[in-house]
Design a protein around this ligand. Structure first.
Ligand code: ADE
Length: 248
């Protein structure tokens, strides 16, 4: 996955990328990220990249020129690119969009807005896709760019230590994750469920599926409606519902 990040705060991006799995993914050439400071493309003497909004109102707007210049500059190498604007008005980012981005062959260009927004002509002329990471407003798009890069890169084969992790986890199967335990077996009076120590792989898989279904039913029942339930899932759900009725 190859990315260009246009931002007024490149250090936010590089700080996160130099740690842990994303650092390793870059070493393994699974991820390449170039950051560009939008301010470097502002031709004015004072390097101010924002200006007052026409029509009045609060806040400042990022001017079109530095962004057009930045995009012209990065496009010079001729590589195909998809230009993504991060904003709360974009299409919602989720696991299926992460999968799409992880397979994208074009370079992904993330434009991180700041202030009240960016000049509409940037959106109209330059942007291919507008993406939001949730229904809230942050002070800028940098964290959104990192969320998207992080969630997408970990889906690339070889990015995680254990190849099964990405497939097995949470939303890949459309369900919330099952509980995990490590040593010690007994901790402050709480013990690890016996089935996980049984060595019976089939039973362990069934237990994990049941706990994932239980947690999803409890916390995100909307997700259950979106997935295909096998006959065994339906049986497990009936068991969960019967035992919760008994408890009530
Ligand atoms: N910039 C500010 N808020 C945002 C959000 N929710 N998603 C993406 N970019 C943003």
């Amino acid at each position: 996955m190859k990315c260009d990040v246009l931002t007024l705060f490149p250090d936010i991006i590089t700080a996160y990328l130099k740690e842990s799995i994303l650092k390793r993914a870059q070493k393994k050439k699974l991820l390449e990220v170039k950051t560009y400071n939008i301010r470097d493309f502002e031709p004015g003497k004072h390097k101010s990249v924002d200006d007052y909004p026409f029509g009045g109102g609060a806040g400042m707007v990022i001017k079109p020129e530095p962004l057009f210049k930045a995009i012209d500059f990065i496009k010079k190498d001729g590589e195909p690119r998809k230009i993504i604007l991060l904003s709360p008005q974009g299409k919602p980012f989720d696991q299926s969009v992460a999968e799409e981005f992880s397979r994208e062959k074009k370079r992904l260009v993330f434009i991180c807005g700041r202030y009240e927004g960016i000049d509409e002509r940037v959106r109209a002329v330059l942007v291919d896709e507008e993406v939001s990471i949730g229904d809230y407003v942050m002070t800028g798009g940098e964290l959104a760019a990192l969320v998207i890069i992080d969630a997408s890169v970990r889906l690339i084969k070889g990015a995680l230590g254990d190849e099964r992790s990405a497939e097995e986890d949470s939303f890949s199967r459309g369900l919330l994750d099952y509980p995990h335990y490590t040593r010690p077996r007994e901790f402050r009076g709480f013990s690890v469920p016996d089935v996980l120590l049984s060595g019976n792989h089939k039973e362990i898989l069934r237990w994990r599926r049941k706990e994932a279904l239980r947690k999803t039913l409890e916390k995100r029942p909307d997700l259950i409606e979106k997935i295909h339930l096998t006959d065994e899932d339906k049986e497990i759900i009936a068991e969960i519902k019967a035992s919760s009725k008994e408890d009530a």
